[in-house]
Design a protein around this ligand. Sequence first.
Ligand SMILES: C[S@@+](CC[C@H](N)C(=O)[O-])C[C@H]1O[C@@H](n2cnc3c(N)ncnc32)[C@H](O)[C@@H]1O
Length: 363
Amino acid sequence: MSGSVDLRLRRAGADGDAATAAAPDVPVVDGIPFARAGRDELRAQVAGLLARGEVDRARVALLADADDWWTEPAPPPEQLARVPAATTLREAMGLLGMGRVGDYFAHRWSDPTHLAGLALLQQHWPGRRPVVDVACGTGTHLRELARRGCTDLTGVDVVWAKLWLARRFVCAGARYVCADVTAAPDLAAAHGVRAPAYVLCHDAFYFLRDKPAAAAAMRALAGDGGTVVVGHAHVADPHGEPLTPEGYAAVLGTDLLYDDAELTAALLAGRPPRPAAATDLHESEAVALVAGDPRSPAPVDLGEPLGPLRRNPLYVDGVLRWPSERYAAEYGPRSGYLPARWPDPLPADAARRRLLVDLPEAW
Ligand SMILES: C[S@@+](CC[C@H](N)C(=O)[O-])C[C@H]1O[C@@H](n2cnc3c(N)ncnc32)[C@H](O)[C@@H]1O
């Protein structure tokens, strides 16, 4: 569905297509509203194209928009115009010129950071609460939640193309909104998100320049009695704009913290993760924090991926091959659960160790 919508009036349906209000300020293409702050010119351009019925050109304009950290130029419009015809996530990411970010999202299903995120969900399960995944990327966590029975799912990201990929290839059942979490004070009203909600932000909070604004927006989304979960916030890892563990704890208003490596280890071992004091986490590469209602552990074991399972595509001709040197440097040292060679016979815990993975059908 394409058109425009006043997000303040919007009450989205489960498929993200229920935008019906008349005000033309937030264009919607393929069911995904473009409400990103600081992009007034692009928004006006897209709205103008939609008004003339030029949906394909509007989509191309949105697919070309990247986040502020991205340094590569957008691919030519003719290439972006071919994205809707892509039959797999990887083909689409290739056409979008996503490079190292494409590697990250293609192999998210077995990386240690994603497993740490699953461990957090395992210990602090949203249950029947509405979930908002802030900076959701291509929706890997949303897919897991949908497959485990969560029904009220919203993904928010600044990059429209990532939401398009999420909706098309990874988790069609969530609704999506393109917005900057640090500049979206009425995000909750905009989505019609019911409070209390469970707000998740994984592997992204350290990127956000205005962390107090992001924390306030997430608290507002969660509402009274809600939950804010921040996963993989860099501490010793210098990428982004990291805080100290105490800094994160103060901005999020919590003292429930975990070491990210401990979360990954806990998921792999099938045991609950051990929380730690902020003062003990200074050497951690990254930490996780839970603010508000901590909820209860999941009634299911997220350590065991749901089938159908496929051989981890990182194994080529029986050998573990990282997609790039950069990926190997970042994840190799923390992926000891993936053996260098494909084991024969497979160990009993092959799925838990992500030798076998639950890739999306059109991976
Ligand atoms: C490393 S990715 C993590 C994606 C996803 N959470 C996951 O764990 O797979 C970081 C994401 O943050 C998004 N992002 C960066 N700044 C943002 C902002 N201000 N508001 C919303 N999303 C943002 C990026 O577009 C990117 O998708």
